[in-house]
Design a binder for this molecule. Structure first.
Ligand SMILES: Cc1cc2nc3c(=O)[nH]c(=O)nc-3n(C[C@H](O)[C@H](O)[C@H](O)COP(=O)(O)OP(=O)(O)OC[C@H]3O[C@@H](n4cnc5c(N)ncnc54)[C@H](O)[C@@H]3O)c2cc1C
Length: 558
């Protein structure tokens, strides 16, 4: 058994930012990650991070307004105010830690334009911003003396007397299972991307953290709000950053028309993501697509801009689509990218379970509401990661460890034994995962309706039923990825089911949740969040009012 004051699950940007602030506050901190920290999905972030810097003539209130409008008025405005107010300091802190942001002609930090924002306020490192941030934060937590359980896997959260008191972890290398006691746990395990197939997300984004918190009694909120990014490659789902459009790339249909003129005459390709994805899907559905795609044209940007600012997507287009972006447009389509919902927290990361915090994509503070603005997620991870770390480390100073014993791991040991002893001939995780991902993408994508969402829900439940006899051929202890992927699939069902039941519950169209059978936004009845709680009868739903401070809901156009 191991003991720590604060245990953080996840070493992406949210987890490492939380670790650093907690450690700087003088407590003992450990971070767990199922992959090496710098292989977390944050590493894949391309486009940048938003902040309104006063000395650029920008104002955090304008950033807040753009975020609120982008969220289709579902974001909680108190949380959005905090995120936008604290953004500038957070970006400068990262710069001081050593992140080499791109500069403008005068040598100051440079910005690029991003969707749904009236100002160019996205700070960036070429098209690998996440990698730059993540590596620098990793250096910082090493320097600060944070203990890292690298390639360890969380199996469950421990709750004693109503408080979160630690976690059960598996060391992947040996297969050994350990109990780790903690006075506070911060869940920062990232998103649920791979519950859909395809997705822009890494294969490790399987919603483990959301499911574990939900099982432990926390609430999930806004789960129906799943972002489809406008520019992903067909088949593989690999992301082409919004930074490309920020640099001036545009979208064309099969007739060579810049169709965004008809949908968002002011912001064009840089309207909010939900708006651009719907426009593309409409073009494709009405027969003006090419093989299920529309085209992203970068040719006019010129080789220098592409080389200096978009080199990664140049490689991605070449390697995954066989396209030279300096000479040809890229076929792209809307693809699953981000979960706006997650574990409900307050502005300090606290969940409904005392001692359990959440931050980053796994959490829902809620700053993204019905649609996240590009480059607001990295910001969310840093601001609320830091705040969670701060709050948790303050709180543990007056708390002692709960009475936890090694017996806390018994249920997980039994569960694993059960999986390993299922008879040969049962389904394997891969086929089940694929089936679930496909029904999610067929029925809970850019456009939804009652019948499709009901189909998805019954498919999920049917696949989950078959999972009971899932077969794990590898019985070994060392790096048993077969077993781990099977356990991950178990977590994915809770996430998928929450998306489907919340989607069916919301009887209107708002942000990313667009129903063809209920096309209008209905503020009178649905300006509210949907909460999902785990109960003996399955997911139980509740509603919660949206926090409105200064910005009253308006008709949304770009
Ligand atoms: C391709 C791509 C590009 C993006 N570009 C941008 C961008 O330019 N700007 C922007 O703002 N946002 C962007 N986003 C979104 C943003 O990158 C993510 O939302 C954010 O990085 C998530 O960070 P996180 O710390 O919450 O989680 P992650 O970085 O996903 O980290 C999750 C951590 O949890 C650990 N973990 C998970 N499950 C377990 C388990 N069972 N046991 C142990 N550890 C576990 C993982 O090992 C990992 O360390 C992009 C996303 C993608 C997919």
């Amino acid at each position: 058994m191991f003991d720590h004051d604060v245990l953080i699950i996840g070493a992406g940007l949210a987890g490492m930012r939380a670790a650093l602030s907690a450690r700087q506050n003088g407590v003992d901190v450990a971070v767990v990650s199922k992959v090496h920290p710098v292989r977390s999905h944050s590493n894949a972030a391309q486009g940048g991070i938003n902040a309104a810097l006063q000395d650029r003539g920008d104002d955090w209130r304008d950033h807040a307004y753009d975020t609120i409008k982008g969220s289709d008025y579902l974001g909680d405005q108190d949380a959005i105010e905090i995120m936008c107010r604290e953004a500038g300091e957070e970006v400068i802190t990262m710069e001081n830690f050593g992140v080499i942001f791109n500069r403008d002609e005068e040598g100051r930090l440079g910005t690029r334009a991003f969707g749904g924002q009236r100002q160019a306020r996205t700070f960036f490192v070429a098209d690998f911003t996440g990698q730059a941030l993540l590596h620098v934060l990793y250096e910082q937590i090493m320097r600060a003396g944070v203990r890292v359980y690298e390639e360890w896997f969380i199996l469950s959260l421990i709750v004693e007397d109503g408080r979160c008191a630690g976690a059960v972890l598996m060391e992947i290398r040996s297969g050994d299972i350990h109990v780790v006691r903690a006075k506070a746990v911060i869940m920062a395990a990232g998103g649920i991307g791979r519950v859909f197939e395809p997705s822009t997300n890494a294969l490790i984004c399987t919603g483990d953290g959301m499911s574990l918190a939900y099982q432990a009694g926390a609430e999930l909120m806004d789960m129906e709000m799943v972002q489809y990014h406008p520019t992903t490659l067909q088949g593989s789902g690999v992301l082409i950053t919004e930074g490309a459009r920020g640099e001036g790339a545009y979208l064309l249909n099969s007739e060579g028309e810049r169709f965004m003129e008809r949908y968002a005459p002011n912001m064009m390709e840089l309207a909010s993501r939900d708006v651009v994805s719907r426009s593309e899907q409409t073009e494709i559905n009405e027969g003006r697509g090419i093989n299920g795609c529309v085209l992203l044209d970068c040719r006019h940007l010129g080789e220098q801009v592409i080389r200096e600012r978009l080199s990664q997507i140049q490689e991605i287009a070449r390697d995954f689509a066989n396209v030279d972006i300096t000479k040809e447009p890229i076929p792209i389509q809307p693809g699953m990218h981000y979960q706006m919902g997650g574990i409900k927290t307050d502005i300090d990361g606290q969940t409904a379970v005392p001692g359990l915090y959440a931050a980053g994509e796994v959490a829902c503070v809620s700053v993204h509401g019905g649609n996240r603005l590009g480059a607001n997620s990295l910001l969310d991870t840093l601001v609320f990661g830091r705040r969670s770390g701060q709050h948790a480390s303050d709180a543990v100073k007056s708390i002692s460890h709960a009475n936890v014993t090694d017996a806390s791991a018994d249920a997980d040991r039994e569960n694993i034994q059960g999986l390993l002893s299922n008879a040969e001939g049962g389904p394997m995780f891969g086929a089940l995962r694929h089936e679930m991902g496909k029904t999610m993408n067929d029925n809970l994508a850019v456009y939804r309706d009652q019948q499709g969402m009901e189909t998805a829900l019954s498919d999920i439940r049917e696949v989950r039923e078959r999972y009971r006899s899932v077969y794990v051929p590898d019985k070994g202890k060392t790096f048993n990825t077969n077993l781990l992927f099977t356990i991950e699939l178990g977590f994915m069902f809770d996430c998928a089911e929450s998306v489907a039941v919340s989607g069916l519950e919301r009887k209107e169209s708002r942000g990313a949740h667009t129903r063809t059978d209920m096309p209008d936004r209905d503020d009178e009845n649905w300006l509210k969040h949907i909460l999902v709680k785990n109960s003996v009868d399955g997911p139980a739903l509740e509603h919660l009012p949206v926090v409105i401070t200064d910005w009253k809901p308006e008709v949304r156009s770009y």
